[in-house]
Write a protein that binds this ligand. Structure first.
Ligand SMILES: [Fe+2]
Ligand SMILES: [Fe+2]
Length: 263
């Protein structure tokens, strides 16, 4: 199921398949069993549509956030992040399927992938409402780098993707919601608010399963987290942090503050 999603290029097709597979997983779970996980050979990079053109972040044109074109560019960037997030969660399922994990692990990541699929579609709907669409603008080429860097390191993947990158989303989303509220863009505000509410869960799943793996191996989570983020994440973490939502997601300040200092 995960590999099928990863191998589908078109965004709307990918997310429709992702939602169907998630529904099948949860139907089985509701019926009282966990489908066998098996093993899989996910592609090194997920299939992607022909557009958007993927550019080095330095070459992605900057637009004034307060202008209508700036708001379209922002929604387009979020749509791109959400599409990558769909793939990141299914990749987490497929890439590490050989690691024995409790069924609850798959419940969490299948749910996260399902939610990212909704998020992508919400962002596409907002873009279309504004006369644009996903693929109309260039997008960030570096989104799969964290996945490639941690393709062989399960704990590294959990540390960098949900606990650093998705946690960063919690820091920046309230400001984005304000910007759309000031512009009177009600549907974008509603969409971003629902994304914001669900992203807390994704960070929490990351923290939960990171701690689970540390506990299973008798490791002290905090120093291991610092070591893995320094190994796989390029650069330092940038405040301001959303301490409240990070705490809600099981990320205490002593996990992220030390990573604001270069070593
Ligand atoms: Fe999302
Ligand atoms: Fe997420």
């Amino acid at each position: 199921m995960a590999v099928e999603v990863l191998s589908t290029a078109d965004g709307r097709d990918k997310t429709a398949m992702s939602r169907r597979h998630a529904a099948a997983w949860f139907a089985a779970r509701d019926a009282g069993h966990a489908p066998p996980v098996g093993t899989a050979a996910p592609p090194p990079r997920p299939a992607r549509p022909e557009t958007p053109e993927l550019l080095d972040p330095r070459d992605v044109p900057k637009r004034k956030p307060g202008s209508p074109q700036g708001r379209i560019a922002l929604l387009h960037a979020v749509a791109h992040i959400e599409l990558n997030a769909v793939d990141l969660h299914w990749d987490l399922v497929a890439r590490f399927a050989h690691v024995p994990m409790p069924p609850g692990y798959y419940d969490d990541w299948v749910k996260a992938a399902d939610e990212e699929s909704k998020h992508f579609n919400l962002m596409c709907d907002c873009l279309e409402e504004l006369g644009s669409f996903y693929g109309a603008l260039p997008a960030h080429a570096g989104m799969w780098r964290a996945a490639e860097d941690t393709a062989e390191d399960h704990m590294g993947r959990l540390a960098v993707v949900p606990m650093v990158l998705e946690a960063r989303g919690l820091d920046v989303t309230p400001g984005m919601i304000d910007l759309f509220r000031k512009a009177g863009a009600d549907s974008a505000v509603a969409a971003l608010e629902s994304i914001y509410a669900e992203e807390v869960g994704h960070v929490a799943y990351g923290s939960k399963w990171f701690h689970f793996l540390c506990g299973r191996d008798g490791l002290d989570p905090k120093p291991v987290f610092h070591e893995l983020v320094r190994k796989y994440f390029h650069g330092v973490l940038k405040p301001p942090f959303n301490d409240e939502k990070r705490a809600e997601a099981g990320l205490p300040p002593d996990f992220y503050w030390p990573l604001t200092e270069p070593q």
